[in-house]
Design a protein around this ligand. Sequence first.
Ligand SMILES: Nc1ncnc2c1ncn2[C@@H]1O[C@H](COP(=O)(O)OP(=O)(O)OP(=O)(O)O)[C@@H](O)[C@H]1O
Ligand SMILES: [Mg+2]
Length: 504
Amino acid sequence: MAYDEVIINLDNVRKEFGDFIAVDNFSLKIQKGQFVTLLGPSGCGKTTTLRMIAGFEMPTSGKILLNGKDITNLPPYKRPINTVFQRYALFPHLDVYDNVAFGLKLKKVPTEVVDRHGKKKIKMKRLSSETIDELVTKALKLVDLEELEDRDISTLSGGQQQRVAIARCIVNKPEILLLDEPLGALDLKMRKDMQLELKDMHKKLGITFIYVTHDQEEALTMSDLIVVMKDGVIQQIGSPIDIYNEPANAFVADFIGESNIYNAQMSDKLLVHFLGHDFKCLDDFAKGELVDVVVRPEDVELVDATRGDIVGRIDNKIFKGVHYEYSIMIGKNEIIAQSTKDYPLNIEIGMKIDPDSIHIMKKTVSKNIFTGLSINKHNELELANTTFEVDLTQLLKDSHIDDEGYLVSKKGQKYDLTNAKVNAEVDLDKIEFSDDTSYGQAIGRIVSVIYIGDHYQVIAKSDDDEDFIIDTDYVYNEGDIVGIKIDKKDIKLVLKGDISAYEI
Ligand SMILES: Nc1ncnc2c1ncn2[C@@H]1O[C@H](COP(=O)(O)OP(=O)(O)OP(=O)(O)O)[C@@H](O)[C@H]1O
Ligand SMILES: [Mg+2]
């Protein structure tokens, strides 16, 4: 479907809460009739953005235009926009019909009337009960609830309640429907059904949907356009296919589906080095440039060990219905591959990757991001062949570590984070390199020293190929061996998946 009329234009929008910047530099044009999804991890600013579009929150700076008109300071009730919230906020004492009719009964619309002297006038009048009935019946039909109009809200299932909430919004005929994780409270099966129903409804209604989710699969299946956000900043805007096939950076690649992501270096023009091999590629970067490489598991071709460009050992496998997903170790590096063939564990296996399947991205080095790490039984982070002390309480607000080493929530729920999969982030000025190799936790060799403007960016590589990057005024020489030190308080952890998986 082609869209050619901008309905909402967010122009360089920023939202601050005190010192905290929740949304920054947010510019996005949404076309009339589009299904747009804001996607990103918890706390990245999705709800805040939606609330600014709805008018519940005013931007600190920037503008919001609706059909070309500035609505930045217009109150919510004057915007032709309705919101479906995660908790659907229905009136429990009213039945289905009255919940949907509620807004209409209060609404006044300009109506032509004839006064005593036979003169035509425009008066604000309430809708007639016939009109209300007609509109409510139509809305209930759209969400497939005609049969249930007399039922009490409390007797409905979660999915049915969700549909009432949607009917209540669409009955007002908004130009834009905002949906903030509307399926968050539903179980997986119901979510899938409702995804299809929502998509269908979007088609039938022809209005603009702005949808919020942190579920990448949901975003990929439902949207015309996906906006990937992190820390209040847009990372990429694109169609589901673009975002999946051509992620703009390592964060997007990691967030959208299962990916193999490696720190790599261009060995030559159209030749990139990672996993100990020079691979041909199609992306043109300068020789010597440090880059991120993404390879999707379905693009790793498994072949006989003698025929592979690289060879590894099958460490693990999971049957996923149609194919197997293999975890293959190449030295200390892991690569995830998919195949319909059933290979035994622990054999040597060859791998080939087509140049077209090697996605190379410019390294945007704003901080150190270490991916695919785990926590050991002493609550330490395993990184670069050694361990780093970390503060696990950052993973859960108001939590503490008890005497036995479990993470305990405010309400007393315990979590065992042994073997938990995490990513770790460290700012460029929070790592120290020292000539004294016994200083700090890890050891690395300086592999790159680049002068950027007024300081050096220096990279030390550990012997298991982790890159530690720092901004410094001090000059190091390539080849120097250094001790690497990071303070516990400076390691930011990002848990893969939900913390509830570690409840005990
Ligand atoms: N009224 C407020 N005052 C202070 N901080 C706020 C306020 N509203 C939101 N924030 C902060 O702004 C950040 C973004 O919040 P937001 O609710 O937009 O995130 P989100 O992407 O919707 O996350 P989730 O997926 O968990 O719903 C968070 O760090 C949040 O704590
Ligand atoms: Mg939210």
